[in-house]
Design a protein around this ligand. Structure first.
Ligand code: G3P
Ligand code: MG
Length: 242
């Protein structure tokens, strides 16, 4: 049976401020197999790590990332809203993140957040960074924007891609093959079914599900042979997959 990979969603975001260096470091420390994270682009073309298009929920800034320069973004605090003791955690940029993970034994799933805002050349810039840090074999790119995943394959067919989706798709494996992706990244209820999972796997398409935070769901997905389970609680999942 497939050993499901334990992938920390936005780092170890159940216990640490999401998408910050401390959340990534803690995910590595507890032995996660992978880290999932989200990228956006600043006004001056830098790639920074944050989930939302806007700064408001997770930082002391307000407004859209696309309207701020890199220098302005780096002055913000991304820890304080999660807890006083995380004050001073900055919004990481892609360089800090890749520089940290490059020599760790960990897979990286970078989600391109260009489904709401179509950041110019985000795909090319992220691929360049992956080359710069020698991470090609340890990275899978994913997005809810499937055109972006086609574009990544046009840039370099050997970079792995995954298609994010929520619906219970009919013959998702056929769609994945048509798009040219290596993996499907469904919201987990979409694949809570053995026939659906088996059909996808038979076609050689990997399945990485998000965001699985309840033990009973983790157990069921492990039983189904899901390749990767993306969770806010890699500590809990770690005990089940070990
Ligand atoms: O990549 C899996 C998951 O992160 C997708 O949804 O909104 O948490 O980025 P979201
Ligand atoms: Mg994400």
């Amino acid at each position: 049976m497939t050993k499901s990979l334990n992938i920390a969603h936005r780092g170890f975001s159940g216990k640490y401020p999401e998408n910050t260096m401390i959340a990534f470091k803690k995910a590595v420390e507890i032995g996660s197999d992978g880290i999932e994270t989200d990228v956006h682009m600043t006004k001056d073309g830098a790639i920074v790590i944050c989930h939302d298009e806007k700064l408001d929920r997770t930082t002391n800034g307000q407004g859209f990332i696309k309207d701020f320069t890199y220098d302005e973004i780096k002055k913000l605090d991304a820890g304080l809203k999660f807890g006083e003791r995380f004050k001073g955690e900055a919004i990481p940029d892609i360089d800090e993140f890749l520089d940290y993970v490059k020599d760790k034994n960990i897979l990286v799933n970078i989600e391109l957040k260009n489904d709401m805002i179509h950041y110019k050349n985000l795909e090319e810039k992220v691929v360049e960074k992956i080359y710069e840090y020698g991470m090609k074999d340890k990275v899978i790119l994913s997005s809810f924007n499937h055109y972006a995943m086609v574009k990544v394959k046009d840039i370099d067919i050997s970079i792995k891609t995954g298609l994010l989706y929520e619906a219970v798709l009919y013959k998702a494996e056929e769609y994945a093959k048509m798009v040219g992706s290596d993996a499907l990244h469904p919201y987990f209820p979409a694949v809570m079914n053995k026939t659906v999972v088996d059909n996808i796997k038979k076609q050689g398409i990997a399945i990485n599900t998000y965001t699985v935070n309840e033990e009973k769901d983790m157990e069921k997905l492990i039983q189904l042979g899901i390749d990767g389970i993306i969770t806010n609680y890699p500590d809990v999942l770690g005990k089940l997959v070990r």
